[in-house]
Design a protein around this ligand. Structure first.
Ligand code: SAH
Ligand code: SF4
Ligand code: F3S
Length: 472
């Protein structure tokens, strides 16, 4: 039996892609290995969103150079966004790599591996560049990758990602995603429904719908347009699915129909990730985000009106081209005013091939970016901590996900252990429980909280006094 080792970086889309690649290779008789040394095929599923993510992969490849020289029969592959971004450059920087496959060509991996094993020649399959032809031709070169699922290949059998959209058409000036993931294309609602139905039949309770701008989802057929709100209504009907989530939202496409669906459908999590990116209008304009700070705030108001309990999270980029101290202060102000549940903060990383790299100079010094990152993080953390403290004493329903980080670190084996679960508002709750509870919906009462985690106790079911009166 052949052995596969796979390492994944990047967003949820990549985690899903890796799951599907592993499933397709399992179907060809592969088993998983837990380290490169034990594997016949070593794959890196990569991300290009920041330079650091790419450099980490080249370092990892560098560390495998020796192993590959000792065992030339091992196949070393780079797949995903960096494969599409760098193409031949991967072979130039790491000439011992055998396989380069972009995210729009993943379905070819099993055949390409056989080809390499038979011929010993390196293989590359990537999609067309966005300027390389008519839209339809380019769309066809990015195939949505949705082979059969395998429950045992998911990190948790009770939770699953389902792709509803590939690519992105927004072309924010800093972002490489439209280049490496291709044109935006909505998946057929019937396929989405069938996949969710199959997942439910296999015991999955929570489905997270994925798209780069998931709320821009549209599928047109026979004069009828299906939107994300329609999908949520359809998927709500599936027995066994208890929770529906979706990421990532684009602020300008946050329609009232969607907010009403989330507010009224009991299975929809009250959790919305809607990245603002900056709190300064000149910066938003340079980023080509298509909205002003005032538009964003108006959208937040609509969210709070329709779904008062909504947990809203955001992404921010600090140190974008030309960002002054005043611009940055405006971002801090937006964070203070918006009361986000959480914010992911990134230092701007110039990406060759984007409009931002072409038109603006990356003129904020690294030290200033670092400093702004830390300052913004401190503001957000103090907001998160305060909000979490208010949850102490309250009761929440959680879906139990599995052993907590610390149980996993300590390799706890017994039935009684620390577990982690998530609320409908996407809060992580750690509690003392039993392995049998994984995959269950439980009620917990919060007794402690920090900025990132809630600590809870399982509410024990009412135990009548009669139990105590039974003598042993
Ligand atoms: N499609 C999603 C996520 C895109 S990538 C969206 O539109 O929000 C995830 C996050 O990475 C972005 O929200 C942005 O904050 C950050 N990001 C993207 N390009 C970046 C770059 N060049 N430098 C630093 N951060 C970047
Ligand atoms: Fe990148 Fe903007 Fe598309 Fe998000 S919406 S993937 S940030 S181009
Ligand atoms: Fe990275 Fe590709 Fe996702 S560039 S963020 S893995 S879409």
């Amino acid at each position: 039996m052949k052995k596969l080792y796979i390492e994944t970086v990047g967003c949820q889309m990549n985690i899903l892609d890796s799951e599907l690649v592993v499933a397709s290779l399992r179907n060809r008789g592969y088993a998983l290995a837990d380290r490169p040394r034990k594997a016949d095929v070593i794959l890196f599923n990569t991300c290009s969103v920041r330079e650091h993510a790419e450099e980490k992969i080249y370092s990892a490849l560098g560390r495998l150079k020796h192993l590959k020289r000792q065992h030339p029969g091992k196949i070393l592959g780079v797949i995903g966004c960096m494969a599409q971004n760098h193409q031949q450059q991967v072979f130039q920087r790491a000439p011992y790599v055998d396989l380069v496959v972009g995210p729009g060509q993943l379905q070819q991996i099993p055949d390409l591996l056989e080809k390499i094993a038979a011929s010993g020649t390196p293989q590359m399959e990537v999609s067309l560049d966005r300027q390389q032809g008519a839209r339809e031709t380019i769309e066809q070169s990015f195939e949505s990758y949705d082979p059969l699922r395998m429950p045992e290949m998911r990190p948790s059998r009770y939770q699953a990602f389902v792709r509803i959209q590939i690519g992105c058409d927004k072309f924010c000036t800093y972002c490489i995603v439209p280049k490496v993931r291709g044109p935006e294309q909505g998946r057929h609602p019937k396929q989405i429904f069938a996949e969710a139905q199959q997942l439910a039949d296999e015991g999955c309770r929570e489905v997270t719908l994925l798209g780069q701008t998931v709320n821009s989802y549209q599928f047109k057929e026979g004069g009828k347009t299906t939107r994300l709100s329609d999908l949520l209504c359809m998927l709500s009907e599936i027995p066994g699915i208890d929770r529906l989530k979706f990421v990532t939202n684009y602020p300008r496409d946050m329609g009232d129909d969607l907010l009403q669906a989330v507010g009224s459908l009991p299975k929809c999590a009250h959790y919305l990730h809607v990245p603002a990116q900056s709190g300064s209008n000149p910066i938003l304009q340079r980023m080509k985000r298509g909205y002003t700070v005032e538009d964003y705030q108006e959208m937040l108001q609509r969210i709070r009106q329709e779904i008062p309990t909504a947990a809203v999270t955001s992404d921010f980029i600090v140190g974008f081209c030309g960002e002054t101290e005043e611009d940055f202060e405006l971002t801090c102000e937006l964070v203070r005013d918006s009361q986000f549940k959480n914010s992911f903060i990134f230092k701007y990383s110039q990406r060759p091939g984007t409009k931002g790299a072409e038109k603006f100079s990356d003129d904020v010094p690294e030290q200033v970016k670092k400093d702004r990152n830390n300052r913004l993080l401190a503001i957000q953390n103090s907001i998160s901590e305060k909000a979490n403290q208010q949850k102490i004493g309250r009761q929440y329903e959680i879906l139990v996900e599995g052993p907590s980080k610390s149980s996993r670190k300590q390799n706890q084996t017994g039935d009684q252990l620390q577990l982690t679960g998530r609320t409908m508002g996407d809060d992580i709750v750690v509690f003392q429980g039993n392995r049998r509870q994984v995959g269950q919906l439980l009620h917990v009462t919060i007794y402690e909280a920090n900025a990132f985690t809630l600590f809870g106790e399982v509410k024990t079911e009412h135990v009548g006094p009669e139990i105590y009166s039974i003598s042993p």
